[in-house]
Write a protein that binds this ligand. Structure first.
Ligand code: 6PG
Length: 468
């Protein structure tokens, strides 16, 4: 009979799970792991002897101190339900289940509801930072019952990433908010990645820069305003050579984007709550278009772009402009994501503290960036800020960089290099700052063909015109 001595248990011993357990053990916690795949249990035992590797679910649950704290790190979807079903008969009232995967927030709500009657607490915890983050300190986005959270708070705080001494984890609220915030994190991640991909395309196809030059440019960008994990790894990617061929790996990678779904969910739910996030939408779409590789190759022979496909400008000056366009686009993308969180908070009664979100995204997660501290400050100054772009400090930055963004978008259009996300950032900015949009015409058209009525500028009420 195993003794119930372990502080924390984790189901799903993939790289993330194993690394998170090792991180916990490093911080002095007694932890246990379990996986249906016994080879993974064995590999945990081989790598970390101090961690208990259980070979059955029964042994695993029996090894945990009460209330039991069990985290699942398994693929989102049905598997989460299967694991819960296996766990349930072995658990007692007051035990806590945590889902650390990228689960859809509505699934979390359903599971919370189902388990509530049994006295089991269920926390949806978004975890970001990949395998390395799990090992050295991830950013964690927990939601669910506060009392249950307080029971796991010490361990989560000690293993999370730190900015200064502040942990990159904080209680976000009741219900599914943790998964929602992680979903939006991933949406922003899609946007930023695509912006960097577009910048690369402009550098390579538009300016004819070599991989070495691109590596240098991104390395330089990572020094100041754009300092971030994604720019850092992007710079590194351009310096890596394939051992077999000696060529740069980047040139050997098939240009077909894959996705697990979190970006798409972000766009879908943004449409549901009525929040415009065009950059994220277009980042999802960019991956979808890229997937039609065979069609694209065929179309490239049939459909023609401009005869001039080169941006004939001084490379060095132009890379500076492109950097400004990237700063601008990053700011606008975060602004869209944060604004979505604000709308979702109202829609789903999350009562979300956006300063808290910015705070825990400053370290550990994939979208960590120097500019997150500016966002945190902006929300500290005004918790109800309607949009990050109208914060005085951020407004100054977008106002300063918008001109270069226009140049980049115009040149890219001229030479036929697609810049959907950078372009979407600019359109969003121009729409958001427009005191008047041409929607009066759309309203007139709706009224014309469907008598849908319209409101007027000069008086209150709803009006209809006999247009013909
Ligand atoms: C993270 C990542 C992580 C995962 C992405 C990949 O925050 O650590 O976002 O969750 O790597 O979900 O997503 P796609 O496969 O959809 O690009």
């Amino acid at each position: 009979m195993v003794k119930a001595i372990y502080d924390f248990g984790l189901i799903g011993l993939g790289t993330m799970g194993k690394n998170l357990l090792m991180n916990m053990a490093d911080h002095g916690y007694e932890v246990a792991g379990y996986d249906k795949d016994l080879s993974k249990v064995q590999s945990l035992k081989d790598e970390a002897g101090e961690i208990y590797g259980a070979e059955t679910m029964e042994e695993f649950v029996a090894s945990l101190e009460r209330p039991r704290k069990v985290m699942m790190l398994v693929p989102a979807g049905k598997i989460v339900d299967y694991v819960i079903a296996d766990l349930l008969p072995l658990l007692d009232r007051g035990d806590i289940i945590m889902d650390g995967g990228n689960s859809f927030f509505k699934d979390t709500e359903r599971r919370q509801e189902e388990l509530k009657g049994m006295g089991i607490h269920y926390l949806g915890i978004g975890i970001s930072g990949g395998a390395e983050g799990a090992r050295r300190g991830p950013s964690m986005m927990p939601g669910g019952n506060r009392i249950a959270y307080n029971k796991v708070r010490p361990i989560l705080e000690s293993v999370s990433a730190k900015v200064g001494k502040q942990p990159c984890v904080t209680y976000l609220g009741e219900g599914s908010v943790g998964n929602y915030v992680k979903m939006v994190h991933n949406g922003i991640e899609y946007g930023l990645m695509q912006i960097l991909a577009e910048a690369y395309d402009v550098m390579q196809r538009g300016l004819g820069m070599s991989n070495a030059e691109i590596h240098e440019a991104f390395t330089d960008w990572n020094e100041k305003e754009l300092r971030s994990f994604l720019v850092e790894i992007t710079a590194k990617i351009f310096a890596v050579k394939d051992e077999e061929t000696g060529k740069e790996v980047i040139d050997l990678i098939l240009d077909k984007g894959k996705q697990k779904g979190t970006g798409k969910w972000t766009s879908q739910d943004a449409l549901n709550v009525g929040e415009p996030i065009p950059t994220i939408d277009l980042a999802v779409i960019a991956r979808a278009i890229s997937a039609f590789k065979t069609e694209r190759v065929a179309a490239s022979e049939i459909l023609h772009g401009p005869s001039n496909s080169v941006i004939k400008k001084d490379k060095k000056t132009y890379v500076r402009r492109l950097k400004n366009a990237t700063i601008f686009s990053f700011l606008v993308t975060y602004a869209q994501g944060m604004s979505l969180l604000q709308s979702a908070s109202e829609e789903y009664n999350y009562n979300l503290d956006l300063e808290g979100v910015a705070k825990i995204w400053r370290g550990g997660c994939i979208i960590r960036a120097k500019m997150l501290e500016d966002f945190r400050k902006a929300y500290k100054k005004d918790a109800n800020l309607t949009n990050l772009l109208v914060d005085a400090g951020i407004a100054k930055k977008v106002n300063k960089t918008q001109k270069d963004t226009r140049t980049v978008v115009m040149d890219a259009v001229k030479v036929g290099v697609p810049v959907p996300c950078i372009g979407a950032c600019l359109s969003y900015f121009d729409s958001y700052r427009a005191a008047r949009l041409p929607m009066n015409l759309v309203q007139a058209q709706r009224d014309f063909f469907g008598s849908h009525t319209y409101e007027r500028l000069d008086k209150d009420g709803f009006f209809h015109t006999e247009w013909e």
